[in-house]
Design a binder for this molecule. Structure first.
Ligand code: AMP
Ligand code: GLY
Length: 427
């Protein structure tokens, strides 16, 4: 099978690494890719925004499956155009990608199909939003409706903070994404991410993970795209997974189909585990980054037939087996991230890896033969372990083998799960 993978981050390196192990694979192409992905795939310089060029490439190479990694091409309708050209695509249509592209859209689906989530209202003007916030009081959450690179959410502990967030959104702080605002109830609990495939009618549960969004140790400092993750997330007991499938995922799949937008691809459900059980914070319609890195380490099954089955409405014919062990990844980022950082700083050395260890590339490039850091999040040092503590120790041993002067990372990835391991009855 010939596969084209779209994207260039650590998530795509993990997908490429796993796809490359498939005995069914004949050729793997990646556009645009990165030096790590280049170890597993042939890199092609395609402008991903140019859908006609992507289609022409697929025709020329007789591609059997296109796997779309990031959300931007999905929201731009790349999957629609490729499907219209007759290609099997892993990833939702533009209409179904609204589950990530519009928070108000997702909230309306939740309301219509009785999916547990915080109470909410949608607003297109500041004054009614502010009146609602004054009525509801704090804590309360203000969200720009559209894609805002993870920055459009304010969890306001005071009414004043929430009112200021409303003003920011309507003043254009998030551009078009803030033209509509969702105000929603604050949910209290522990967060977890749950991944599940859909082919439009059938669900295939994958696995759970927990990210670390804040830049600093102890969950301090500004939000980032994610500074490290582990899988499984111990907070997600089998009972909670079963409830998430029944109360959240299955009604979403049938609701999207009923609304005329059947969902093909991966649901990345951000959950809050509250006193009442799992509640939906948000959907992403693509794999998480860095969550995918730990998921792919734990996946025993061949990924290729699973993604192909999802893309061709045969998900009921496949299953996914997982290693019980924990996988943990530490993100190394450029100093200054998530703010401004220097580009093209040299990475002098990467560590050697053993079985159960991987260095995934996220924001790297090769310039004049030298590996350099081009992005905010740059490397994902990833390891398996029988316990979270063991996976953490191995991942940080890899971190210590990186020679990159401008890099930094959190030193406490996995702390919640390790606290649970240390005192299983307490947490
Ligand atoms: P989102 O971009 O929707 O994932 O929101 C970013 C982060 O804001 C989430 O990961 C949560 O930590 C937090 N958050 C979002 N919505 C809520 C909510 N209703 N209650 C509490 N925290 C929230
Ligand atoms: N790690 C969070 C995300 O991929 O959105």
């Amino acid at each position: 099978m010939k596969v084209l993978l779209i994207g260039s981050g650590g998530r795509e390196h993990a997908l490429a690494w796993k796809l490359a192990q498939s005995p069914l694979l004949t050729r793997l192409y990646a556009a645009p890719g990165n030096p790590g992905i280049g170890q597993a795939a042939e890199l092609v310089q395609l402008a991903v925004e140019d859908h006609a060029a992507v289609l022409a490439f697929c025709r020329e190479m007789a591609i059997d499956l296109v796997v779309i990694g990031p959300e931007a091409p999905l929201v731009a309708g790349l999957a629609d155009d490729l499907r219209a050209g007759g290609f099997a695509v892993f990833g939702p249509s533009r209409a179904a990608a609204q589950l990530e592209g519009s928070k108000g859209f997702t909230k309306d689906i939740c309301a219509r199909y009785n999916i547990p989530t915080g109470a909410y209202r949608r607003f297109t003007a500041a004054e009614p939003a502010k009146a609602y916030i004054r009525d509801e009081g704090a804590p309360i959450v203000v969200k720009a409706d559209g894609l805002a690179a993870g920055k459009g959410v304010t969890v306001a502990m005071t009414v004043d903070e929430a009112l200021a967030a409303v003003d920011d959104c309507f003043a254009g702080a998030f551009g078009e994404a803030g033209a509509e605002v969702v105000v929603e109830a604050y949910l209290d609990g522990e967060e977890a991410s749950f991944f599940c495939l859909s082919d439009g009618k059938t669900a295939l549960a994958l696995a759970t993970a927990q990210d670390h969004k804040r830049v600093g140790d102890g969950d301090t400092g500004p939000n980032t795209g994610g500074m490290g993750a582990y899988s499984p997330a111990p907070v997600m007991t089998p009972d909670l997974v079963e409830r998430t499938m029944r109360e959240i995922i299955e009604p979403t799949i049938s609701g999207m189909a009923e609304s005329g937008h059947p969902f093909t691809g991966v649901f990345f459900a951000g959950l809050m585990i509250t006193q009442k059980g799992p509640e939906l914070i948000e959907y992403n319609v693509r794999f998480g980054d860095p969550e995918t890195q730990v998921l792919m380490m734990r996946l025993k099954s061949d990924l290729l037939p699973i993604l192909h089955a999802a893309a061709t409405q045969r998900l009921d014919q496949v299953s996914a087996e997982w290693h019980d062990a924990t996988a943990l990844t530490v993100v190394m980022a450029s100093r200054g991230y998530p703010g401004a950082y220097r580009k093209d700083t040299p990475i002098a050395a990467l560590p050697d890896t053993q079985e159960g260890e991987m260095v995934f590339h996220a924001g790297t490039a090769r310039k004049d033969g030298q590996l350099v850091a081009t992005g905010g999040r740059v490397l994902n040092l990833t390891a398996m372990g029988e316990t979270v503590a063991e996976a953490k120790a191995r991942a940080y041993a890899l971190v210590d083998g990186v020679d990159w002067e401008n890099g930094f990372c959190r030193r406490d990835i996995g702390w919640r799960a390790i606290a649970r391991e240390a005192e299983p009855n307490k947490v």
